[in-house]
Write a protein that binds this ligand. Structure first.
Ligand SMILES: C[S@@+](CC[C@H](N)C(=O)[O-])C[C@H]1O[C@@H](n2cnc3c(N)ncnc32)[C@H](O)[C@@H]1O
Length: 304
């Protein structure tokens, strides 16, 4: 089995048990934090006057179902069959035809138009939320190109990613990984260390001691399937992804940060209510603090 296929199988298994509860957990009244991105996305779609929108990796139509009152043509695909079934059920109850939702992967260009329709079937806008974490690094630009191809010239594309720079604020195992995998040239230090080899290891150990290596807890599956942190679930550097996005051919490229944390999550256990309230007060998509204090971002642009 190829590496890509085993990633795909694991991600699909991870989401297979989540279709009935996902909306309540992340969009519903009981969500630990409100879905800030939903209102940002709705505002953008309304501002462009989009009539036909595609949600690539739509899950259980978590976003599409909340567009009911706007009255636009809603389409989506997802690679997990259970998600497709739930999306069809929920949207069907709102009068959306069944063939507006299909099974497909963002890695394949054919997925970006409904089956039976040609590639000329293009949308006014395409959104892709929660999917980039599960894409292998070498496929990032390819998926951005697919999103671009899915919309008409002048069409809007919005993708969402988890913010890798947020790890500089969390002071935990993820921060340490960022230091030793992305910032410090560990291998060069080791090969160039000469008589200071043990010093390099001591320096790395000293760095590790500054982080809570037992946090965050690893999210496991509910019924034997792999959990979110047990499948490929990457964060992206917004500065790098923005460059890749612009290179594919977009104008008006913007980074919008959301899900702020007024404290590193480990400190939040002392003041959970205050954390939520004060973090909400910080939500400002264009504040520079978002580079470090927001755990997610939207990247948006118009097809040139
Ligand atoms: C975090 S959920 C987000 C669902 C929805 N977009 C939302 O924002 O609520 C991620 C979804 O992406 C889907 N997914 C993951 N990798 C995918 C891929 N390569 N192609 C299509 N869908 C994918 C999963 O099946 C899952 O439904």
């Amino acid at each position: 089995m190829s590496k890509d296929q085993s990633i795909t199988d694991a991600v699909r298994a991870c989401y297979s048990t989540w279709s009935g509860t996902y909306y309540d957990e992340y969009y519903g009244q009981e969500a630990t934090y409100p879905p800030i991105h939903r209102d940002l996305l709705k505002g953008m779609l309304a501002a462009t006057g989009a009539r036909k929108v595609l949600d690539a990796g739509c899950g259980p139509a978590s976003f599409l179902r909340d567009l009911a009152e706007i009255g636009m043509g809603r389409y989506g695909f997802d690679m997990t069959p259970e998600m497709v079934a739930e999306a069809r059920r929920v949207l069907g109850a709102q009068g959306v035809p069944e063939d507006h939702v299909w099974e497909g992967s963002v890695l394949s260009p054919e997925s970006f138009h409904p089956p039976e329709r040609g590639r000329d079937f293009r949308f006014d806008a395409a959104v892709c939320v929660g999917v980039f974490p599960h894409i292998p690094p070498e496929a990032d630009s390819q998926v951005i190109r697919h999103l671009r191809e899915a919309v008409k010239t002048g069409g809007l594309v919005v993708l969402e990613a988890r913010n890798q720079l947020f790890s500089l604020f969390t002071l935990n195992r993820i921060s340490c990984d960022f230091f030793v995998r992305e910032l410090i040239p560990v291998e060069a230090l080791r090969t160039q260390s000469g008589g200071e080899t043990s010093g390099v290891e001591k320096a790395l150990e000293e760095i590790r001691q500054h982080f809570r290596m037992d946090l965050p807890p690893v999210r496991k599956g509910k019924a034997g399937e792999p959990g979110y942190d047990e499948v490929l679930s990457r964060a992206h550097n917004p500065l790098v992804l923005r460059e890749q996005f612009a290179a594919v051919g977009f104008t008006n490229v913007r980074l919008l940060f959301y899900h702020y944390h007024c404290l590193p999550p480990m400190a939040a256990t002392h003041v959970p209510e205050l954390l939520r309230k004060q973090s909400l007060a910080m939500e400002d998509p264009t504040d520079w603090r978002g580079y470090f204090m927001a755990s997610a971002f939207l990247l948006t642009g118009t097809r040139a």
